[in-house]
Write a protein that binds this ligand. Structure first.
Ligand code: F0G
Length: 465
């Protein structure tokens, strides 16, 4: 059969609350034109993130009832540890309440001011957790990773020439080399095994540790199977196992490819690092056999990690992203090509050429999709990455709008609705206007900034607040 169906039946449903265009215009005004500040009940299809928003399986809900809530030595921890160890091979497995907690604990332990962390592209929380230690987060993605229209299989790859140059020139200041699989901030693009082997070889030569940001390791493994010569006969699990073993450790948000609503872990082989990380874990997260999670969360993650590498699931998952990308493509909407693992990224800068990057074309598009059809998505562009530690602002390398698809949550007709809305907005794109920021914090401003249309003095929302 050519039709790829959702590889599950739906046993439990949650109603969607519908809104009118007028209600959405008002809600957006009150939220300062920042969709992070909306009430989720005012959203019809929520593509803000694929993080913690997926549907759990009957087996995961069943495992939740098996959770052992013992403070220390919980049976659920040992199940979680054995699943993570089978997958990754790492010696020390430290649960955390989510990915950024793993990042915070790792970086606080190993970084000092002036250090450098290299990565294909740092995710925003990763970058912030590095910079808060006074260290530099430097991105070394291959050049084509910054060209949305380039159709190449592994646009998440690390530029190995630039990596070697940095390792040679910056020597001891390089505390860690990381690779984010898939490369979320760069369009959800995968990294090839060949490239990861190259990173490993350089890290060996220059004696630097190598960690993965493994949030979407299963989607990366499946894209390797689809796209990398010689990998097509392996299972996604086998590919993932090899990838983890190329690195010395990982940070992980189980809210993505853990198929769980909360959780994460930090895992590594180094005994000394693990000891200091566990000490900080006890201070901020909890005892090392629960790390800020309930025993039942550890059960849900353990079961999720088993399900996420199953081939029918991954085939459907990657195909459903491709399905949306192809619909937008057919309508002439520019997207990051080829489509990746968890999201479709619209190139808002290319779509809205009349809006300058510092007037935030990504936010203009995010707002238009919300007003049009109640779809919530996120700008990954100049608002997220354009503000620097010294207070200056420059355009980010790309102004993308990410339509992140939660795992196993929406059906094909939901996705058809999203495509229809995007096509309607594209028809009237020349009427969209840029925005300016009326208030914002100095770090991670995209979460709470408030906006007003360029040329308008104040928003209704700000005036009535
Ligand atoms: N690394 C990557 C690549 C991520 O995408 C995320 C989260 C994290 C680390 C942090 O994990 O949320 O569990 O603390 N990304 C979400 C997103 C929030 O929407 O892309 P966390």
């Amino acid at each position: 059969m050519k039709t790829i169906i959702e590889p599950f039946r739906i046993k439990s449903v949650e109603p969607i609350q519908f809104t009118t265009r007028e209600q959405r215009e008002k809600a957006l005004d009150v939220a300062g034109r920042n969709v992070f500040l909306l009430h989720a009940d005012d959203v019809i299809i929520d593509l803000l993130t694929d993080s913690g928003t997926g549907a759990m399986s009957a087996a995961q809900w069943g495992a939740i009832m098996q959770g052992d809530e013992s403070y220390a030595g919980s049976r659920s921890y040992y199940r979680f540890e054995s699943v993570v160890r089978d997958l990754t091979g790492y010696k020390h497995i430290i649960p955390t309440h989510q990915g950024r907690a793993a990042e915070r604990i790792l970086f606080h332990n190993i970084l000092k001011p002036g250090d450098i962390v290299l990565n294909n592209t740092h995710f925003d929380t990763t970058r912030a957790n590095i910079e808060v230690e006074g260290a530099e987060a430097r991105d070394l993605v291959v050049a084509e990773g910054r060209i949305p229209s380039a159709v190449l299989p592994f646009k998440g790859n690390v530029d190995l020439v630039a990596l070697e140059k940095a390792l040679r020139e910056d020597g001891d200041r390089i505390r860690l080399v990381m690779v984010t699989i898939t490369n979320n901030s760069g369009g959800g693009q995968p990294v090839s095994i060949e490239n990861l082997r190259g990173v490993r070889a350089l890290c060996d030569r220059y004696k630097r540790p190598f960690f993965l940001d493994a949030c979407r390791f299963a989607e990366n493994a499946y894209l390797v199977k689809m796209r990398e010569p010689g990998q097509e006969h392996r299972t996604p699990k086998e590919i993932a196992q090899e990838i983890f073993r190329l690195a010395d450790g990982c940070t992980m948000s189980a809210k993505k490819d853990g198929l769980a609503n909360i959780g994460g872990f930090l895992a590594m082989n180094d005994d000394r690092w693990a000891e200091s990380c566990r000490n900080l874990l006890i201070l901020t997260e909890g005892f090392p056999t629960y790390g800020g999670l309930a025993g039942y969360d550890l059960e849900a993650i353990a079961q999720g990690l088993v399900e996420v590498v199953e081939e029918p699931y991954l085939r459907y998952r990657i195909q459903s992203i491709k399905y949306l990308a192809e619909k937008l493509d057919a309508a002439g909407i520019p997207t990051v090509k080829p489509s990746g693992g968890h999201a479709v990224y619209i190139d808002a800068r290319a779509m809205l050429l009349h809006i300058a990057p510092l007037e935030y074309p990504g936010i203009a598009l995010v707002n238009a999709l919300y007003v049009e059809a109640g779809i919530r998505c996120v700008e990954i562009g100049t608002v997220m990455f354009g503000l620097h530690a010294d207070g200056t602002e420059t355009p980010a390398p790309m102004d993308l709008v990410r339509l992140a698809v939660p795992r196993r949550l929406y059906t094909q007709s939901h996705i058809d609705y999203v495509a229809e809305a995007a096509i309607e907005v594209a028809k009237r794109k020349d009427s969209l206007t840029g925005l300016r920021i009326t208030e914002a914090p100095s770090a991670l401003r995209h979460f709470t900034a408030r906006f007003a249309p360029v040329g308008v003095r104040e928003t209704v929302g700000a005036a009535t607040r």
